[in-house]
Design a protein around this ligand. Structure first.
Ligand SMILES: C[S@@+](CC[C@H](N)C(=O)[O-])C[C@H]1O[C@@H](n2cnc3c(N)ncnc32)[C@H](O)[C@@H]1O
Length: 278
């Protein structure tokens, strides 16, 4: 499954607002006595997670951004260089200075379906993933959880879609559309049947069962006027998914979409998960 850099740019401000502050606070506290952290970001896209977390992590950071899309990794390099106060290249790494942080970034093209933890030793101090876990299968989550627990690597997995969507004003087809969309979320995104809305629960239960301390918090998107382009793009995507499944009459879906494109608010539920070694 591929994602465009324009879609990721559209969602980044909403993601930044949505990330659960209580989990970010715990994460900041966990690293507060350190001056260095080595972080791996899975399914990094254009580097949104790095930009979101850099100011709560230690002053010196080394990030490995892992994605299977070389175009997104190239865009990540450009976007991070433009975002930083200063940027330079050293070998295969991008060296950034941003608001008092020194950040070394490496870009790694890898297929996570083949290996959920494709890093070389030593293990990182933290593994992060935003908007990734709902794409992966339940079995992938089990393999991932086993590997991070064995290596005692903390996990921050944010913005996992939780199956809830509320549109205002309501439309008679909302419930059917959502049910159908959630079934579509379970289709294969390259990792086997996707865990979709069950992702956060699965990750939480697998990490806790093996002794990690896990906190979860909701991180919904509340999309109103200032996020209209994101809401419209999202609702068009929902309508396309419903057409693909073909269970709801096409004219009903179109009527629903037109109402959404003129609607006031789209709320999409997410859950953030933070797992720390016990
Ligand atoms: C929804 S996007 C999220 C991107 C980024 N984490 C963010 O929050 O903006 C999912 C990301 O996972 C990556 N991805 C999907 N399947 C992958 C795979 N099999 N191996 C590595 N990355 C993958 C996509 O290329 C995309 O960058």
């Amino acid at each position: 499954m591929s994602f465009s850099s324009s879609w990721l740019a559209l969602r980044e401000p909403a993601d930044l607002k949505a990330r659960a502050p209580e989990l970010l606070q715990v994460l900041e506290g966990f690293f507060s006595s350190r001056d260095y952290a080595d972080i791996v970001d899975l399914g990094s896209g254009t580097g949104s997670t790095l930009r979101a977390l850099q100011d709560i992590l230690p002053k010196r950071q080394s990030w490995r951004l892992i994605d299977n899309d070389p175009d997104l990794l190239a865009a990540a390099g450009d976007e991070l260089a433009a975002w930083a106060d200063s940027a330079g290249v050293h070998g295969d790494a991008l060296l950034l200075e941003k608001a008092g942080r020194s950040i070394r970034v490496r870009f790694i093209e890898a297929d996570l379906a083949a290996d959920p933890t494709p890093w070389e030793a030593p293990h990182p101090d933290l593994v992060t993933a935003s908007a990734l876990f709902d794409l992966v299968s339940a079995e992938w989550i089990d393999r991932f959880a086993k590997a991070v627990v064995t290596a005692r690597v903390p996990v921050y997995a944010s913005l996992n879609y939780d199956g809830r969507a509320i549109w205002e004003p309501a439309h008679p087809a909302d419930e059917d559309i959502l049910g159908c969309f959630n079934r579509h979320q379970g289709s294969d995104k390259g990792f086997g049947p996707a865990s979709g809305p069950q992702a956060a629960e699965r990750l939480t239960s697998r990490l806790s069962a093996q002794g990690f301390h896990v906190k979860t918090a909701s991180s919904p998107w509340l999309l109103t006027d200032d996020a209209r382009p994101l809401a419209d793009e999202l609702n068009r995507g929902v309508a396309n998914a419903i057409h693909e499944i073909g269970e709801i009459d096409g004219s009903v879906v179109e009527d629903w979409l037109q109402a959404r494109l003129q609607g006031d608010e789209t709320r999409i539920g997410h859950t953030d998960v933070l797992g720390l070694p016990g």
